[in-house]
Write a protein that binds this ligand. Structure first.
Ligand code: ISL
Ligand code: CA
Length: 581
């Protein structure tokens, strides 16, 4: 990890970046000032007792989301789907999944958000469709069908697939179609065939579909797996090293920027949208090309270096706070001089942050969840809160493989334990910690049966700790994690410096404390986060001195924030001007 970073992070380039930003102040944009809340609809709120979250259930919770202070909702795929990958396999891009509701519900959702001064961005899954999509059904029907070329078909080689590409979910990335004898490419499950972006008709269909949702009032898109849409010419075999990190290869298609610029020109231009690309596999160095405002591609991207710290693919490994700080600094550079960043610690594909970076035990839970919230909201970049993160929802316990729902976890199991390559215990040890299922347990609204998520039987287990960790209880407690989030979000909204200010890690070498400043002109804040469960004797570097406490999760006063930082203590402080030091 550190080796990878040092390549991306020459000290000189950091200095250069800061200087150039000072020369060209960041342009104000609504999507830089907003805090986004990610809704994984299926697990959010069920209105009709079928055990599956839905759009009317979400509409019922809009007052709650407004009370949190978030301005934008990112909605998980709401499209018609056979649900092989919980909606990331789309059967019809212009219809709403009947399990989630109707088009009228979607329209009510947009209206309900707009009434509250809020906006909606939708998930855009255009690297692949479902194998049940009409285009694929046509495509599969034979080599002469006009839709054949909507997907990527190749002849096999030596009685096997066309090359050795692997699926991100495990196994070959090629599936043989018995009727024609040809294979189609799927970077994810075999029920998720990859679209052929070389085909201009595919691009036009996608653009028309995007305009359809924009006309319905959506304010942007979260673009799923977007950096995978350009395939490598010739589809050569992968080396063994490449097989270990597929995402780094699959993002190197030579036409990715052509496609994104074309999409921008055709659909996005002049609409002032939030466009966030999932950049799984894109290095920090290569990111400015995607997010530079001058280039007209995306407004920001998600990197996975932070949420994936402490794991190699799905296997857990040791990590340190210093590693984390190095990644934070590296990611900082990824905006380039005129791009923007995201900040997130959770999403629907990763474990709960309080279980991964914090301490989910009763003693550490509240303080560590607040410490992480401080990092999430106070970094430079648009913060994304994942549902339940604002109450410190935790991972859930898994006994055996039968407890998992995640198609990814099942794939990993089949490719390891299933073929006798690893022991069940060894694989479970990692899977329990990293499975995407951890993020997908139903939202914990209250202490009642099924956590107030549904009146029926929930599609997936409710975490038994909903008795102690839930919205109702935290809403009523002024010192709760939830209310700390509310304060953090208000604070960010009230201080331009906390939105547009430069970021500087002022203590890269400290092994436990994250200390960074946010600076805009003469205005400067210090953010301190004790990332461990021990009291840290801490002296600020460079003679810096705290002059005012804006927020502190231990309610410390100016006199007693330092020198002893309590376990998981965190806060935002104004620094004394240099003359007073
Ligand atoms: O979990 C991951 C990153 O932490 C990746 O393996 C993930 O699969 C990758 O980022 C792509 O994810 C997206 O596309 C998938 C879908 O299953 C995920 O839920 C989605 O976020 C296929 O559409
Ligand atoms: Ca339902």
């Amino acid at each position: 990890m550190s080796q990878h970073l040092s390549e991306n992070l020459p000290v000189s380039s950091m200095t250069a970046l800061r200087a150039s930003e000072a020369d060209t102040p960041q342009k104000a944009k609504w999507w830089k000032e907003a805090v986004v809340y990610q809704v994984y609809t299926r697990s959010f709120s069920d209105s009709n007792g079928d055990g599956i979250g839905d759009l009317p259930g979400l509409i019922d919770r809009l007052d709650y989301l407004q009370s949190l202070g978030v301005q934008v909702i990112w909605l998980a795929p709401h499209y018609d789907t056979p649900n092989v990958d919980n909606g990331y396999d789309i059967r019809d891009y212009r219809a709403v999944d009947p399990l989630q509701g109707t088009m009228a519900d979607f329209d009510r959702l947009v209206a309900g958000l707009h009434e509250r001064g809020m906006k909606l961005i939708v998930d855009l899954v255009i690297n692949h469709t479902s194998d049940q999509h009409e285009w694929f059904r046509q495509s599969r029907s034979g080599p002469d069908n006009p839709y054949r070329d909507f997907y990527i078909w190749r002849d096999g080689r030596d009685d096997g697939p066309p090359n050795n590409y692997l699926s991100i979910f495990g196994g070959s990335a090629w599936e043989k179609d018995e009727a024609s004898g040809q294979y189609y490419l799927h970077y994810f499950a075999k029920e998720q065939p990859d679209l052929n972006w070389e085909n201009p008709k595919v691009r036009q269909e996608v653009y028309n579909m995007m305009r359809f949702w924009l006309d319905k009032g959506v304010s942007g898109f979260r673009m799923d797996s977007i950096c995978f849409i350009s395939k490598l010419p010739g589809l050569r075999d992968l080396t063994l090293a490449e097989m270990e990190s597929l995402e780094h290869v699959y993002v190197t298609g030579p036409k990715i920027h052509d496609y994104l610029q074309d999409m921008h020109h055709e659909v996005l231009v002049d609409r002032d949208l939030l466009t966030v690309g999932e950049a799984f596999g894109v290095s920090f160095e290569d990111t400015p090309a995607f997010v530079s405002e001058a280039r007209n591609e995306l407004t920001m991207v998600f990197h996975f270096e932070i949420v994936r710290i402490g794991r190699h693919d799905w296997q857990v490994q040791d990590w340190t706070i210093k590693d984390l700080k190095a990644v934070l600094r590296g990611e900082e550079t990824s905006s380039g001089p005129d791009g923007w960043l995201t900040s997130f610690l959770e999403n629907h594909d990763n474990p709960r942050s309080v279980s991964w970076f914090g301490d989910p035990s009763p003693k550490g839970h509240g303080p560590s969840a607040k410490a992480l919230a401080t990092l999430l909201i106070m970094r430079r970049g648009t913060p994304y809160i994942y549902q339940g993160e604002e109450i410190g929802m935790t991972n859930i316990h898994f006994d055996g493989i039968e407890d998992f729902q995640d198609i990814n976890a099942k794939g990993i199991w089949n490719n390891t334990v299933g073929i006798g390559k690893m022991s069940a215990e060894e694989v479970l040890h990692s899977l329990r910690r990293v499975t995407r299922d951890n993020a997908r347990t139903p939202m914990q609204w209250d202490a009642s049966n099924h956590a107030g998520f549904t009146t029926g039987l929930p599609w997936f287990r409710v975490n038994p700790n909903h008795i102690d960790i839930n919205v109702a209880q935290q809403d009523a407690d002024p010192n709760s994690i939830l209310n700390y989030y509310r304060t953090l979000i208000q604070l960010r909204a009230s201080q331009k410096t906390l939105i547009y200010g430069d970021f500087e890690d002022v203590d890269p070498d400290h092994p436990a404390v994250i200390a960074f400043t946010r600076t805009l002109g003469d205005d400067q804040f210090l953010i301190l986060i004790n990332m461990c469960g021990e009291t840290e004797h801490y002296i600020l570097p460079h003679g810096l001195k705290i002059a005012e406490v804006l927020l502190d999760n231990m309610s410390a006063s100016v006199e007693n924030v330092l020198p002893n930082l309590k376990p998981w203590q965190a806060g935002i402080y104004r620094l004394a001007p240099p003359a007073d030091i």
